[in-house]
Design a protein around this ligand. Structure first.
Ligand code: GLC
Length: 554
């Protein structure tokens, strides 16, 4: 079996910098706050951190609207803070990957200000400008829709043309057909690699290029995007997503980062499932190292649903391709809240995330079971929460503030230890249950979610089959129960780990393919080391891991 790379074996942890830890009492998380908490992350056992953007930005989309790609936003700290963070993380054996928003900039980026200043400015072509259609040239150039609703073209009254924005109107798309744009953005990637970062998460990378002839997108019946389709708002983005030029650029970016030692990685954020995004991995596995598969986060709590996702993923991303699963992030309702804030169910799904073949990403707060926050209307911050389409306030379904509430460190009243001073008011309200769900309460409690995460991450590291092994015998042995095996070598012996997930709210029994194997982990009682017999009994919502070592090595 080929040795796997660090990014295949690693457990990643996403930090949303604004919400993680505030060191200077301004109610906003910052880099020094993260530095103070690195020991906590090391103890948790994670191997790498993905930071949502902390570059200079007007923060209209909280960092996904960048106005300078090579400086740190003063709200989060300085370049010196970043260098200190990187050095300390590396000394603790934690890698750092940054969020690169290559598709668009802020409308306050100096390039865009120049670009919109007049039609002959040298930066004009750095963005996508078109004349309007119709006699009066007052209709948008074509039918392209923005992902977050409405037309993707915004009229600019100064230069009397439209500019293209695939996301929010203050996020104008860069023109990737302009070679100066390409050079500048790739130079930015080099800049951060040379600072020592270990890789990048590439924001909505599938939308980098658009059709050069600006053809209308075909219609679709789909209103909302899902992991089965990229269509949304009744349009199939045939000419605005997954273009061959985008795939080639992914391959190019991979070759750029591969020219550095030690090995770096890139993980892409895209819309759609494995069938749709597989080309971004490159035909010879020479594109993005990983692409987020959001299918886990779309499923109801059902063995059959997860069976289907894993089966599809395994068939499309078979060796040497490597999947990358995720349940939660800064754009999605927290996983535990999608299963009714039921800890048992969340533990079962976490077992799935950390035992399935692929690289897992955990979202800050997931390890203590933080719930989706309920944000009063007047405290909403996310621009999506305020969106209206055709006068309809769709924002309440799209708003992402609830998954971005400040990390709950302890039960001090005020701000749950997010800021040093108790009376500092955080940028988003702290969840009301922070006196119960917090790091301090959980760290010495063996049965807590935090202890569960730690044990599971450590188990994953000690069992080679979980990090590197093949996934075999995916099955549903009885109704609403899922099993698969991970097969790998450990100390010269072939080892089979059988993972069993009981999605039922009642006890079940299944036949044991490896009688006399040992139960090495359970979501219900940790450190359970009994031997199994011909049948295995599994409690309601329980997940189990059994281990069997074959005597001879082939
Ligand atoms: C990505 C980010 C999201 C952001 C959008 C536009 O989907 O995850 O937070 O709003 O891109 O940049």
């Amino acid at each position: 079996m080929e040795k796997k790379k660090w990014w295949q074996k690693a457990v990643f942890y996403q930090i949303y910098p604004r919400s993680f830890a505030d060191s200077n009492n301004n109610g906003i998380g910052d880099l020094q706050g993260v530095i103070e908490r690195l020991d906590y992350l090391q103890e948790l056992g994670i191997d790498a951190i993905w930071f949502s953007p902390f570059f200079s930005s007007p923060q209209k989309d909280f960092g996904y609207d960048i106005s300078d790609y090579r400086t740190i936003d003063p709200g989060y700290g300085t370049m010196k803070d970043f260098e200190e963070l990187l050095e300390k993380a590396h000394s603790l054996d934690i890698k750092i990957i940054l969020d690169m928003v290559l598709n668009h900039t802020s409308d306050e980026h100096p390039w865009f200000l120049e670009s919109r200043s007049n039609t002959t400015n040298p930066k004009r072509d750095w963005y996508i400008w078109r004349k309007g259609r119709g006699k009066k040239q007052d209709k948008p150039p074509n039918n392209w829709r923005a992902v977050f609703g409405g037309n993707a073209w915004k009229w600019d009254k100064y230069t009397q043309e439209y500019f293209f924005h695939q996301f929010l109107p203050f996020q104008p798309d860069l023109n990737w057909r302009n070679s100066a744009v390409q050079e500048e953005m790739l130079e930015t990637v080099r800049f951060w690699v040379e600072k020592g970062v270990d890789g990048f998460r590439l924001d909505i990378i599938h939308t980098l290029f658009e059709d050069k002839d600006f053809r209308d997108n075909p219609r679709s019946w789909r209103l909302l995007p899902s992991s089965d389709s990229t269509a949304y708002l009744f349009q199939n983005p045939k000419y605005t997503a997954f273009l061959p030029e985008t795939i080639n650029m992914c391959i190019h970016i991979r070759s750029l980062i591969d020219s550095y030692v030690p090995e770096r990685m890139v993980v892409g954020e895209v819309m759609g499932g494995p069938r749709i995004f597989r080309p971004l991995y490159g035909e010879n596995n020479n594109g993005l190292n990983l692409v987020f598969n959001f299918k886990f986060s779309d499923q109801s709590f059902s063995a059959k649903k997860f069976f289907q996702v894993i089966q599809e993923t395994e068939s499309i991303l078979s060796d040497p391709y490597w999947p990358c699963y995720v349940f939660s992030n800064h754009d999605k309702t927290r996983m535990i809240s999608r299963v009714g804030n039921n800890e048992k169910k969340a533990k079962l799904l976490t077992l799935l995330l950390l035992t399935v073949r692929g690289t897992p990403f955990i979202y800050y707060g997931e390890e203590i079971g933080m719930h989706q926050g309920k944000i009063p209307k007047e405290a909403l911050k996310d621009p999506l929460a305020k969106l209206k389409v055709m006068g309809i306030p769709i924002g309440k379904f799209l708003g992402r503030d609830g998954c971005r509430t400040p990390m709950q460190w302890d039960n001090s009243s005020g701000n749950a230890g997010f800021s040093p001073k108790l009376d500092t008011i955080p940028w988003l309200p702290i969840s009301t249950n922070s006196d119960v769900i917090n790091v301090e309460n959980q760290k010495n409690d063996e049965k807590s979610m935090l202890s569960y995460f730690k044990q599971l991450i450590h188990l994953r590291k000690s069992e080679n089959a979980l990090c590197e092994g093949k996934l075999l015998n995916l099955s549903i042995p009885c109704k609403n129960c899922l099993t698969f095996e991970r097969l790998g070598y450990q100390e010269g012996k072939l080892v089979a780990l059988l993972v069993i997930f009981n999605f039922n709210n009642k006890l079940i029994q299944i036949q044991n393919p490896y009688p006399s194997s040992t139960i090495i982990f359970s979501t219900e009682s940790l450190n359970l080391l009994s031997s199994t017999t011909d049948n295995i009994t599994i409690q309601a919502y329980e997940g189990l891991l059994t281990k069997f070592s074959f005597e001879s090595v082939s």
